[in-house]
Design a protein around this ligand. Structure first.
Ligand SMILES: Cc1ncc(COP(=O)(O)O)c(C=O)c1O
Length: 362
């Protein structure tokens, strides 16, 4: 394994200790070039049939790349514009009402909380919030859905493994995988989750406006498409009889540009062709643990975490810390409403990035 080869792919790392992939991943030069190449085709040749044929081909490759990161079949993966869009599609497609309960946790991102709050108001469904580590045991007779993070964006903890038993009992589990996909190894069959919504712009290094939604094949028919437009129909030319795709493609976003898909595909390939995804997961998790240990050794309270890529620790004034770090070209962030500063450690980082951060901690 040669992590230095991967690191060299990201120009931002030349000057900056970029530890912020939990917001947006670093952009590989090759990924930017791939997007630019599509734009050149569009500017020089125009956007007619060949442009659209390339767009469809790139989307096929993007879907396969995402599926590989989930251990899923490509037909079980929809291309969305964000994690939140996938969540919205699931909540809107399920038949939920006043008698039903959704269980969620106290460590969720507004990308999940927002749609849940809306469902509560619009459908009178009861949303019950429980501690993240107690998600599985909180399930009761009225529970019709568990919707929570796979990896907590606050602490880097991993959702309880017992959620797989919940899904096995027929209660659908929607995992918000914004901090999971591309960061840690995922096998949806092992997780047994029903739905997995995630982002393209974070740990997969793609553009803002990309994302994915995995749908368990047993739910392809049960989860109706809430927004059939022409791109997610089986036969768009069939007029009023045109039906949505039968697989997860029925949840595809209504538009995704060739340049966005080219960037997403190339970003995925950069990791694949330098150190490979399994080595990337391992390197990132080891570096993140190293940072957590160093912080603890310096007397900092590190939030309880799993073997993930997020490291959060308590600072008296997290926002001021993040701003001070920025002045040293170290990019970390505070989390509004929480006492933590959060560093996102990717396989593209190395010990020099950690040292630059740790130098700010007396
Ligand atoms: C856990 C979690 N869920 C959802 C989101 C929102 O992601 P997106 O912008 O892809 O909808 C984020 C973004 O930081 C996140 O960390």
């Amino acid at each position: 394994m040669e992590p230095a080869r991967l690191r060299a792919a990201y120009p931002v790392l030349r000057e900056t200790a970029y530890l912020n992939a939990g917001t947006c991943g670093p952009v590989a030069e090759e990924a930017a070039q791939a997007a630019r190449a599509e734009l050149h085709v569009a500017t020089d040749d125009g956007r007619w049939m060949p442009y659209f044929e390339r767009m469809i081909d790139l989307q096929t490759r993007q879907r396969s790349a995402y599926a590989a990161r989930l251990g899923a079949a490509a037909s079980d993966v929809a291309l969305t514009t964000s994690t939140s869009e996938g969540i919205v599609r699931v909540l809107a497609g399920l038949d939920l009402g006043p008698e039903d309960e959704i269980i969620t946790s106290d460590e969720e991102h507004p990308g999940l909380i927002g749609p849940l709050g809306h469902a509560a108001r619009r459908l009178q469904v009861h949303v019950r919030t429980v501690p993240f580590e107690r998600l599985a045991e909180a399930v009761g007779p009225a529970t019709k859905l568990v919707a929570a993070s796979h990896v907590s964006w606050v602490t880097g903890q991993v959702a309880p493994a017992e959620l797989r038993d919940v899904a096995a009992r027929g209660i659908p589990v929607l995992l918000d995988g914004a901090q999971g996909v591309g960061a840690i190894p995922i096998d949806v069959a092992e997780l047994r989750c029903t739905f997995y919504a995630a982002a393209g712009q974070k740990w997969l290094g793609g553009p803002v406006g990309t994302g994915l939604l995995y749908v368990d094949p047993a739910w392809h028919e049960r989860l109706p498409s809430i927004g059939p437009t022409y791109l997610n129909l089986q036969d768009p030319g069939a007029g009023l009889d045109a039906a949505p795709h039968v697989d997860a493609r029925r949840h595809d976003a209504s538009a995704l540009s060739a340049e966005a898909s080219a960037w997403a595909v190339a970003a995925h390939e950069v990791v694949d062709t330098t150190i490979g995804w399994p080595a990337a997961y391992e390197h990132a998790a080891t570096l993140a643990q190293q940072l957590a240990d160093e912080l603890t050794a310096r007397g900092r309270e590190v939030a309880p975490r799993g073997r993930t890529t997020l490291v959060s620790w308590v600072e008296d004034d997290p926002k001021a810390f993040a701003q001070r770090a920025l002045a040293h070209r170290v990019i970390v962030r505070d989390l509004p409403g929480w006492p933590y500063v959060r560093a996102s450690v990717g396989a593209w980082n190395d010990e020099s990035d950690l040292e630059r951060l740790l130098a700010l901690i007396p």
